[in-house]
Write a protein that binds this ligand. Structure first.
Ligand code: SF4
Ligand code: SF4
Length: 448
């Protein structure tokens, strides 16, 4: 009886999603403006890889799904969820929502694979267990990785499979941010209260960047709250069609990030910011009006760290910061979710320019996607590298010794691309350059 009830609810949810999807797709007159900006289409030249092609497929989703669910899945999967198409769409089709809804419908119909169940339902949805597993993995990873040159902080896979062995990985940090000796509440002298959403990659791969964000916020005198037991923002699960895990993760964060307790929620990850600001209010279903209202309040308070510093706190470089004789040439890569989804692109550049020891030199097409796209890079590594190859060339052509960006996933991809191109260009989070300008004592924080 219980099974039948769950089955009926699932069917109802699927029909609801399908109806929403049909209404969203109907807004697309197939003008094709999205084709020119799609990084996947640029590499494959296949209409079915562009947003227009995928929307045409989804127009007949019900029929196609019954005929060839694997084929529909394979075509939907060839997408970085970069949002380039949505940013250019003249009729404002919410393309990312459409694709995420379609993936949810497909997973609802086919079920999740065993690997997806393990990753989403067993690990991601249990933040404490996920943390423990990766802490354990950080100790054992050296058995599978070997140091790479010319960038000493990289490793390339040795025995790791199915990852290609020429991939240059950034290893897990020996001590994640959540294990660092940083208090959950740091009272500041001014009235602004900031909640810091760390995100998986800053916590586990780049904890020094997360620590830099806290140091910068302290420098500005704001009160910094870093709630315990943080987990993933939920996008990997949602992109895999697992709405249950996505909704659980959103629900999990509502307590720690109750919007009554702070003025701003800040992150240092372009994707986390875009997901909390745009995807949570659009797609999260928590089952109560009160919680849905909380999600909308959180969304309204969410800022990328560079936007927060420029628009709210105001940049404040200490007067004692000496200008060096030789400036470090820095170029900037726009993360898709920061520039295209959130329209944040002036602020990170202002931060770089504020550092008296940096000279910002723009690369050609800085907003071109780096090809990462989360699980896209795992599943379609060859295509991911082809998309990113132009990015690496554009960075190298500037003659910069540092490429800054505002997204840890882009940092991982850029490090891989540059290492494969045998380039010594160093990849940094933009906040590291600001911490450097503010003379904040952070390990590994000096410009080369
Ligand atoms: S740009 Fe927008 S309206 Fe035009 S084909 Fe693409 S999704 Fe459809
Ligand atoms: S989200 Fe990006 S990769 Fe996917 S269809 Fe749109 S432009 Fe292409």
């Amino acid at each position: 009886m219980e099974k039948l009830r769950i089955h009926k609810k699932k069917m109802k949810d699927l029909v609801r999603l399908m109806t929403t999807l049909e209404a969203q797709i109907a807004k697309c007159p197939r003008c094709g403006m999205c084709q020119a900006v799609c990084p996947v289409y640029a590499v494959t030249g296949r209409e079915t890889d562009s947003a227009r092609g995928k929307l045409a497929l989804l127009g007949g989703l019900m029929g196609e799904m019954f005929k060839d669910p694997d084929g529909v899945d394979a075509r939907l999967d060839r997408c970085l969820l970069c949002g380039s198409c949505e940013a250019e769409c003249p009729t404002k089709v919410p393309v990312l929502e459409v694709f995420l809804n379609a993936r949810a419908i497909l997973s609802g119909y086919r079920g999740l694979s065993s690997a997806e169940k393990l990753i989403f339902r067993v690990l991601l949805s249990h933040p404490a267990a996920f943390d423990r597993l990766l802490e354990w993995g950080a100790g054992w990873q050296k058995l599978f990785l070997k140091p790479a040159k010319p960038q000493a902080d990289l490793s390339c896979g040795r025995l790791v499979s199915p990852l290609p062995s020429n991939r240059h990985l950034v290893p897990l940090a020996p001590v994640p941010f959540h294990k660092m000796d940083i208090p959950a509440l740091i009272e500041g002298e001014n009235k602004i209260r900031v909640a810091f959403f760390v995100g998986c990659l800053l916590d586990k791969v780049f904890p020094e960047v997360a620590a830099g964000i806290v140091a910068v916020l302290r420098h500005h005198g704001v009160t910094v709250m870093t709630p315990d037991a943080q987990g993933c923002c939920g996008i990997p699960a949602l992109a895999g069609g697992d709405t249950l895990t996505f909704n659980q993760l959103v629900d999990h964060h509502l307590e720690g990030f109750n919007p009554e307790g702070y003025d701003y929620l800040v992150t240092g990850c372009a994707t986390c910011t875009a997901v909390i600001k745009k995807i949570w209010p659009a797609l999260a279903k928590t089952g109560s009006d009160e919680k849905q209202a909380m999600i909308r309040q959180i969304s309204a308070k969410t800022y990328d760290i560079s936007e927060f510093l420029v628009k709210v706190a105001g940049l404040r470089i200490p007067t004692g910061t000496a200008e060096g004789a030789l400036k470090t040439v820095v170029t900037y890569h726009d993360p898709c979710h920061l520039r295209k989804t959130l329209k944040v692109y002036a602020e990170p550049r202002q931060i770089i320019k504020a550092n008296p020891n940096c000279l910002l030199r723009e690369m050609s097409n800085p907003s071109a996607c780096c090809g990462m796209g989360g699980s896209f890079s795992l599943k379609h590594y060859d295509m991911s590298v082809k998309i990113g190859a132009q990015k690496a060339s554009d960075i190298i052509a500037t003659g910069a010794s540092v490429v800054a960006t505002g997204c840890p996933a882009c940092m991982i991809q850029l490090k891989d691309l540059l290492a494969q191109a045998k380039s010594p260009v160093i990849v940094k989070h933009v906040i590291t350059l600001y911490a450097d300008a503010c003379l904040l004592p952070l390990a590994g924080n000096r410009l080369p």
